[in-house]
Design a protein around this ligand. Sequence first.
Ligand code: NOJ
Length: 513
Amino acid sequence: MNLFLFLFTLFSICVLESHSWADNRVRKFKKDFSFGVATSAYQVEGAWDKDGKGESIWDRYHHTHPEMIKDGRNGDEACDSYHKYKRDVEMLRELGVHHYKFSISWPRVLPNGLANEINEAGLEYYDNLINELLKYNIQPMVTMYNLDLPQNLQELGGWTNPLVSQWFEDYAEVLFEKFSDRVKLWITINNPTTVCFETYSGVLAPGINSTGIGDYLCVKNVLVAHAKAYRLYESTYKKIYKGEVGISLLLNYPDTFDNKTENEQAAEKYREFTIGLYMNPIWSKYGDFPLSVRNTIAKKSKEQGYAKSRLPSFTPDEIKLIKGSSDFLGLNHYTTYLIKATNKKYPAPSLEDDISVERTAREEWIQSQTSWLKSAPYGIYKLCLYINKMYDYPQIYVTEQGWSTTTSLNDRSRVENLRQYLIALLFAIEDGAQVKGYTVWSLMDTVEWNAGTSERFGLYEVDFGTEEKTRKARLSALVYKRIIQKKIIEKDWEPKYWTISISNKTNSDKDEL
Ligand code: NOJ
């Protein structure tokens, strides 16, 4: 990065909170900016045991622990996208999106997780979906993994077994072989922080509690697995098919609670543990976990009587493999935290204990239906500029941002959240962020893991009680459609009629609604 850009970024971060969000200049997304929506396999497909699909850790977990699901609704049927994918594509056409981020279910393709047995019916489902998308010029953005590990691999240690990187590479090869001629945007792994920290704190499937150990083993193995898949594409497919491979990280922004030095330092520490932990190995020039993270965990581990640091280290070969292994950063961003220093003691080793900070939020931040999700749009701006400063202006796709409501079709809070986050993103782009696309989580209501269907993230409402799983556009779907058409955010725009139809090229107001 040149000196001017660096100083400019620093300046932008300093003036951020006083940034004039209210100036009258109309900011516009570039013509080639890609708008999309996202879903994931377990959350929408249903058909959990149809046509040769193997069992995933979520199938097992929800079947054996139904009490963990808030409204009792698991992913057995979900939105039944396995059978209704054509209706999903119709909705994408109604919205007029440019890309669709969906995930492939590993056990649907490889029932026991290993590449010795391929389920052709599973591949055929994704083949049909991809072809249907391309028929309407919608780019498939394919996530290879979103939390649904084959149960068979879990029995072998799952993401804590170093062999998982080989299993993942073999799985990636099956997908690249089959789909690279048509898929140009690949995401290896979605949300490593959820895959590792929520999984190994016993909250999510497979419900194993191994905080401070299993979670860190998982982080290392996820990064190696990602890099192996990236290198495989780079060496064998990239020249022919010219696609891009990235990783999607859940990066909420840890801001300081106030300007006390101890809180500013705590926020920086939190950023290193939650952003640097994944980004440094791939995007920093050292290609390793942040030094402060390594030192903190090594020191604590010693005090706790461990012979070695609980954070595994990378070999020099692994560092080489991982460094630079992403064509773009997939940014999943939902909220901002305010970080305070604390002396709180935790009973067992864990990320919280290693970081030892307190996470809060401003009272005035609007609350969604989800306890951790509050609206603080300035955070996405700060995050983008922080990423630029630390990692030298990487290419970014916002691969998830979203808001939860009740079942109502009149989802004004989602509309407001969408507008505010897109405005903040436009400011970030103006100030140097290399953002090529944006993706709403989610196209439609889904099975929100342990929340079941009690938290609704969809632009479309889904009636889960019916066999048809009827989808209906919410107000936000109409507003998003309009944003995609106009590429600007209109503060008070309201649809005239509450209907939505397939986009056509002329896009006049009348055709739209
Ligand atoms: C991110 C995850 O990728 C997705 O599975 C989840 O539904 C949303 N966050 C909302 O919590």
